[in-house]
Design a protein around this ligand. Structure first.
Ligand code: ZN
Ligand code: ZN
Length: 160
């Protein structure tokens, strides 16, 4: 399961932007800079806000070669765009599967707090691209490791 998008209320968006500007010492932060900083798509909505959208391809690993899927973001993009409901593993196997989408609300408790960053190296792949969303909520940009983010509820199960 990997985070793919952040959905914020206009108020939270303004707050996140101003905190980030302060942290980075910039005058202002554009939408694009925020998205780049979080490594996630950022959208602003009035309802159902302050959420992180997580997506998961299932089944994973591949039932044919039993390898875990790699390049998850690309694999998901391809799954979503080609519409065949087939997952393609890195060995080229294609098998029927689904993309599950979850919401996780996350920004509630971060207001005003400076983030401690206890994890700097990914325990899974030893990569150093750990992205923090809150003090104890983080994920790896290089593999599908995360800090045990529990989705509250499933919002959408794309076509049965
Ligand atoms: Zn395979
Ligand atoms: Zn990793």
């Amino acid at each position: 399961m990997i985070p793919t998008e952040v959905v914020l209320s206009p108020q939270s968006y303004a707050q996140v932007v101003s905190e980030l500007a302060e942290t980075l010492g910039y005058e202002g932060i554009s939408h694009l800079q925020l998205a780049h900083h979080l490594a996630l798509t950022v959208s602003i909505q009035q309802e159902n806000t302050d959420l992180v959208v997580l997506k998961e391809l299932s089944p994973n690993p591949c039932p044919i070669c039993h390898r875990r899927l790699t390049f998850l973001r690309e694999t998901m993009d391809r799954f979503e765009s080609d519409g065949s409901q087939q997952i393609r593993c890195s060995m080229g196997h294609r098998y029927p599967g689904e993309l599950k989408v979850y919401y996780l609300d996350i920004f509630q408790n971060t207001v005003g707090g400076e983030l401690e960053k206890p994890v700097k190296v990914c325990p899974e792949c030893q990569g150093e691209n750990i992205q923090y969303l809150a003090a104890n909520v983080m994920f790896c940009l290089d593999c599908d490791w995360d800090s045990g983010m529990e989705p509250r509820y499933q919002i959408q199960s794309v076509r049965e």
